[in-house]
Design a protein. Structure first.
Lengths: 216, 216
């Protein structure tokens, strides 16, 4: 498999964590989104949204590419069922997917480069304020909805697709300077710590990637 | 089951279509989002993103509520497998989910009331332009990615979760005045017609709902 991705992209990070939890090896192909490489003809063919990640894999002897992190994670979970990234019980599976979608469709789209640039074009700094607003809203919703299903992780006592989305999102929330994360989202901070104690989450962390830019 | 929803909400429409295709009956509970009812304490408890839909159902003798349309549709498909809303083959399942997510996380979040209001606060009309931009981008990506998997519907010859997302999205694209839909997205328009020929898609249409506002 080849993962076209970017160290700091939260959607890339989710997929890297899934691959690491399942112990799957892959070729890491960096797409430098800060330099616009996602808009190249080659990458556009892989992902016409001009985003990362895209996963290239072999299916029935043919090389194929799939995009959209949630769809990729569901595929990996179906092709390589252990360890499972969704609970067995249908209702709890739904709750894990619900939390994942609060991040995936409720927060993350608003902090993408494109909408932030459109906001900034109207008012300097409006992009970051937009991203911060939806981080605050979405993390509060996640905290509220996780309360009755969380164990050591967001849903029960093993990592699910929800945790794969949560960890990168909290990282983004800090970059966008959402204040008082620990006081406002104690459950999320506790779950994040449980995740980051696992080697798979450490391997998938942006700072551990080959294209990571070290702070100067 | 009770579906808390709004006639014109595209995420509500997706879930109504899933329920109709599976022949499941439910109580329709309108949430008037144009009047702010989604921010009431009652609805906030059901869906702390203050959005529709939310589905109330009984699980193991207990009344529970779930939100996020994609998670709800996956749950309905697991609890009531026929007719299936995902292909059987894992790779094609992924392709259907990928198309659904192009709409769910790639387009729809940008046309929600909240981000549009934030844009409009910076410049009158900017919200609609924002929504139109992401409709154009996302529908082009959907058309490109559906080409090699489409049959009569987006993926193969029966409706999937992708079609459930596509039909409301094309309706929104018209409301936001995306030009030349027929010329630019011929595959999508053909699939939409195949969907709208089915009674389930007709039953789920906004204009057929009890809270629909008739044009004056």
């Amino acid at each position: 498999m080849k993962l076209y991705n970017y160290w700091r992209s939260s959607a890339s990070w989710r997929v890297r964590t899934a691959l690491a939890l399942k112990g799957l090896s892959y070729e890491y192909v960096p797409v430098h989104i800060a330099q616009g490489e996602q808009r190249s003809a080659e990458h556009h063919a892989r992902n016409p949204m001009d985003q990362v990640p895209a996963l290239e894999l072999e299916v029935n002897g043919e090389r194929v590419v799939v995009s959209q992190s949630i769809a990729i994670i569901e595929l990996l979970d179906e092709l390589h069922p252990e360890p499972a990234l969704l609970p067995r019980d249908p209702y709890l599976r739904c709750r894990a997917r619900e939390l994942a979608e609060i991040v995936n469709s409720g927060i993350q789209p608003h902090q993408n480069l494109a909408p932030m640039a459109r906001m900034d074009a109207l008012q300097a700094g409006a992009g970051r304020a937009h991203a911060r607003h939806f981080n605050e809203l979405g993390l509060a919703a996640y905290e509220a909805r996780a309360k009755d299903v969380a164990g050591r992780f967001s849903v029960g006592d093993s990592p699910t697709i929800a945790d794969l989305c949560l960890v990168p999102q909290l990282n983004a929330a800090r970059r966008f300077e959402v204040p008082d994360l620990e006081a406002r989202f104690p459950l999320l901070i506790r779950v994040e710590a449980a995740c980051l104690a696992l080697p798979a989450f450490q391997q998938a962390h942006p700072d551990a990637q080959q294209d990571a830019v070290k702070p100067v």
